[in-house]
Design a protein around this ligand. Structure first.
Ligand code: AVJ
Length: 332
């Protein structure tokens, strides 16, 4: 028996029920639009998260490798900038923790005084992550928070008045439209105090071929990752999608500056979703939009920081400028 080393918010409320209702709603809304779409956040159930781990190892998927290279080569400077006094280290979302562990290793080596708080809405993810931390870092002071990002942040700032340092790595921000990214950043600013820091990963615009290849990998892992949305609808909402009747394809949208991922119906077909008691049709070659992955210019990043009252302290790039981890300070 391992002791539970995370905190559950929303106890008493039936969070699973709420999540299920939201999923059903989002599927109904998305697939009723003239351009059908499904929110990419629903890809990440157990199997979707496993497929994403596999994507991060693909030769075509340069993002993870590049960010790891940045963190490895600049960790000394990063930790000097961040660790001047006691702080809360907060990570929004927890992946496999490979990148986080580079940061934790360095901070512990430097004997920085901090508590680590990963925040994720999925109890499974937090539980797995906390167990992997416990075995690797017996002395790390940490507590996982199973909650909405902002609920967790507000709870933390009521707990103590230490400096907050928020990690949002991996270009996860890239899944937000510019409008949503703006809302996210202004909410982040509101939840934090003057002098707090945020450390955000952005994938930068580069030659189109490199970006497109990263999302159309040869092994078809990204295709399986996107098709996992249909699989999840089949399982959780009693759908009857035939995965073989869809082709996965990702394009670079030069106007938006984003990779757009699609599942394209090979044939004219009808799909029934039992839980919604709903039969809908797809035309031959009709796309379902599954994900946007925005790519940024340095000037976009400056504008975003500026507009939301953050001051850029430093931009950490790889030598090719494929990716940037940008360190921002909250100005109030
Ligand atoms: C986790 C959002 C950064 O958009 O690159 C990887 C997800 N999708 N391959 C990205 C993803 C297809 C990834 N992010």
């Amino acid at each position: 028996m391992t002791e539970q080393n995370y905190r559950l918010f929303n106890e008493g409320e039936n969070i699973q029920f709420k999540t299920h209702q939201e999923f059903a709603n989002d599927v109904l809304i998305g697939l009723s639009q003239p351009l059908k779409w499904l929110p990419s956040k629903y890809i990440y159930d157990r199997q979707g998260s496993r497929l994403f781990q596999e994507i991060m190892e693909l030769p075509e998927y340069y993002l993870t490798r590049t960010e790891i290279e940045i963190l490895e080569s600049r960790k000394n400077q990063i930790s000097e900038e961040i660790g001047d006094r006691e702080f809360n280290l907060i990570e929004l979302g927890c992946g496999d923790g490979k990148k986080t562990k580079i940061i934790l290793d360095e901070f512990l080596r430097k004997k920085h005084r901090f508590h680590f708080y990963p925040i994720d809405i999925s109890e499974n993810s937090i539980s797995d992550f906390m167990n992997s931390l416990r075995s690797k870092y017996p002395d790390l002071r940490s507590e996982g928070l199973v909650s909405d990002y902002f609920e967790g942040l507000y709870w933390l700032s009521a707990q103590n008045h230490k400096k907050n340092v928020v990690l949002f790595l991996g270009s996860n921000i890239g899944n937000f439209t510019p409008l949503k990214a703006g809302v996210f950043l202004s909410s982040l600013w509101k939840a934090l105090n003057n002098g707090d820091l945020v450390f955000i990963g952005f994938d930068l615009r580069k030659n189109t071929e490199t970006m497109v290849r990263a999302y159309n990998d040869k092994k078809g892992v990204t295709a399986a990752f996107n098709k996992n949305l249909l699989k999840r609808i089949n399982r959780e909402l009693k759908g009857n999608f035939d995965l073989d009747q869809f082709e996965f394809y990702a394009t670079y949208d030069v106007v938006e500056g984003a990779i757009q991922s699609y599942l394209i119906s090979e044939i004219k077909q009808e799909v029934f979703i039992g839980e919604l008691k709903w039969l809908f049709s797809l035309k031959e070659k009709e796309p379902i939009h599954t994900e946007s992955s925005y790519k940024y210019l340095t000037s976009d990043i400056e504008d975003m920081a500026d507009k939301n009252n953050f001051e850029i302290i430093e931009n950490y790039h790889d030598p090719n400028k494929y990716f940037v981890d940008s360190l921002w300070k909250v100005v109030k």
